[in-house]
Write a protein that binds this ligand. Structure first.
Ligand code: AMP
Length: 420
C-alpha cells in the first residue's frame, strides 16, 4: 500500500513525502483508516513500528478540517498523554513534522522545568497538547488547561504509564475530558490492567496489533562478527567475494558511510549502489530497479531510506553498522527470511558498538552465533583471538635475524593490505 491510497489531505501527504516515506508501516496501514473514520482504537505496537505517525497523521487530517485556516480562538482539540518527557518531545516533533503545511499548533509540556513558558504558550492557544501526566494535572488544577473542547485523547505507551505508577493520574485525566471524545490507546503489551482501562474508557474500540518486533528475529539465521572498525570494509569484501553473495542489502548508519562503502566495493569491481536521503526520488528508484533485476549485487542503505522501499525476502542482510535502537535491528533483519525462505543476517560489531549489540540480544532474547574464523576480530570479546599489538610498543629484545624479520614484515604487510 502507498500513502496516497489512504485519502489523506494533500498538505499532509506532502509533509509525509518530505520525510521520504512512501509506504505506510503495518500499524499505520491498519490504524489510519480506523482513526479517520472516528472510531476508538486500541493499538498493540512497540516503539519503532511507526506507531506515532499511525495516530499523528490521521489526527492532523481530522483536525485540519476543524481548525482549517481559521484564526478563531484555539482550544485544545487533541491531548496526547505519554509516560516520559523524551517520548512527549518526540511525539510533539512528529506532529510538527507531519503538520508543517497546516497551521495546527502543537505544544509539549512536562515536569521538572519551570512552568512559565509552558503557561505562556498555553495562553496563546494550542490545538494539540502533548503532556506527561503530573504536569498536565498540575496546570489543569491551576486553571491553565481546559479540556472541555477535546476531540481526541491519545494514551501512548499505556503499559509504561502503568509500570511507572501513573494509572490513577491517567484515570483522573480521562475524567477531565468530554464523553464524546475519540480515544486511542497504544501499548507495547496488553496486561489485564490495560485491557480494563480500555474496557472502561473506550467506546467499542477496534483492536489492531502488529507482531511484537522481537519475534521476527527468531526466524532468521543470524551471525555476528566482532571486527575492528577500520577492518569492516575488508571483512565485507571478504564475505561477499569469498561466499559469492548476491542480492545483499547492507545497512549503514549515515549517508556518508553509505557512499564510502559503495566506493570501496566498486574499487573491487563489486557492483554496488547507495540509496539514501540525499538522492533524488528518481535516482533512488533507478537504483532499486537495478537491484531488483539483480544487476546491482549490493545495495547500501540507511535505515530511513530503506524503510520506504519495498524490498523484502532478500537472501542476505548485512549490518555494516549496528543501529543504536535495537528495534531497528529487528526491522532490518526482517527483510530477509520471510515466508519460509531461508535468510541470513550478518552483523558487524566494532568495539564502540558493544553496548548496541548487548541491547539487541536483550531485545531479541537470543544469543547470536559469533563467527571467529576471520582475521579481523578484536580481542576483548574473543579471548582466543590474538591480541591486537598494533598500537603497543614492540618488546625490547635481541634483534631477529634479517630473513625472519623480512618474512614477518611481508606477512604482516599482506595481512594489512587494504583492498580499497
Ligand atoms: P515510532 O515507532 O513512532 O517511534 O517510529 C519509528 C521511526 O520510523 C521514526 O523515526 C519515524 O520517523 C519512522 N517512520 C514512521 N513511519 C514511517 C514510514 N511510513 N516510512 C518510513 N519511516 C517511518
Amino acid at each position: 500500500m502507498q500513502f496516497d491510497e489512504l485519502n489523506l489531505l494533500k498538505n499532509i501527504q506532502h509533509a509525509i513525502a518530505d520525510e521520504g516515506y512512501t509506504n505506510p508501516t503495518p500499524i499505520q496501514e491498519k490504524s489510519i483508516p480506523i482513526i479517520l473514520d472516528g472510531n476508538d482504537l486500541v493499538g498493540c505496537a512497540q516503539t519503532g513500528t511507526g506507531k506515532t505517525a499511525a495516530f499523528a497523521i490521521p489526527i492532523l487530517n481530522l483536525l485540519h478540517r476543524i481548525v482549517g485556516s481559521s484564526s478563531k480562538t484555539k482550544h485544545i482539540r487533541t491531548l496526547v498523554v505519554t509516560p516520559t518527557r523524551e517520548l512527549a518531545i518526540q511525539v510533539a516533533e512528529s506532529f510538527d513534522t507531519y503538520g508543517k503545511y497546516t497551521n495546527i499548533r502543537t505544544l509539549v509540556i512536562f515536569g521538572g522545568v519551570n512552568q512559565i513558558s509552558q503557561v505562556d504558550q498555553l495562553k496563546k492557544g494550542v490545538d494539540i497538547l502533548v503532556a506527561t501526566p503530573g504536569r498536565l494535572l498540575d496546570l489543569n488544577k491551576q486553571g491553565f488547561i481546559d479540556l472541555n473542547h477535546l476531540h481526541h485523547l491519545v494514551l501512548d505507551e499505556a503499559d509504561l504509564m502503568l509500570d511507572m505508577g501513573f494509572i490513577n493520574d491517567v484515570k483522573k485525566i480521562i475524567k477531565l475530558t468530554p464523553d464524546n471524545r475519540q480515544t486511542l490507546l497504544f501499548s507495547a503489551t496488553m496486561p489485564i490492567a490495560i485491557r480494563e482501562l480500555a474496557d472502561s474508557f473506550l467506546t467499542k474500540p477496534e483492536y489492531v496489533s502488529v507482531a511484537p518486533i522481537s519475534s521476527t528475529a527468531e526466524k532468521v539465521n543470524q551471525k555476528v562478527y566482532f571486527v575492528d572498525k577500520e577492518n569492516k570494509r575488508n571483512l565485507l569484501y571478504q564475505i561477499i567475494e569469498g561466499e559469492k553473495l548476491e542480492s545483499v542489502l547492507v545497512f549503514v548508519r549515515t549517508k556518508h558511510g553509505a557512499d564510502n562503502v559503495v566506493k570501496a566495493l566498486k574499487k573491487q569491481n563489486i557492483n554496488a549502489e547507495a540509496i539514501h536521503g540525499d538522492k533524488s526520488q528518481n535516482a533512488r528508484q533507478r537504483v532499486l530497479e537495478s537491484f531488483k533485476r539483480n544487476e546491482t549485487t549490493v545495495l547500501v542503505a540507511t535505515d530511513i531510506a530503506a524503510r520506504g522501499i519495498d524490498i523484502e525476502m532478500l537472501p542476505y542482510v548485512i549490518n555494516f553498522d549496528l543501529p543504536n535502537i535495537p528495534e531497528t535491528y529487528v526491522h532490518r533483519i526482517g527483510r530477509t527470511g520471510r515466508a519460509g525462505n531461508s535468510g541470513m543476517a550478518i552483523s558487524f560489531c566494532s568495539r564502540d558498538e558493544k553496548t548496541y549489540w548487548q541491547d539487541i540480544e536483550k531485545l531479541t532474547r537470543q544469543k547470536v552465533k559469533v563467527v571467529t574464523d576471520h582475521p579481523f576480530q578484536w580481542s576483548e570479546v574473543n579471548p582466543d583471538a590474538k591480541p591486537d599489538l598494533r598500537n603497543k610498543k614492540k618488546p625490547q629484545g635481541p634483534k631477529k635475524k634479517p630473513e625472519s624479520n623480512s618474512r614477518k614484515s611481508e606477512a604482516s604487510k599482506k595481512n594489512k593490505k587494504r583492498w580499497y
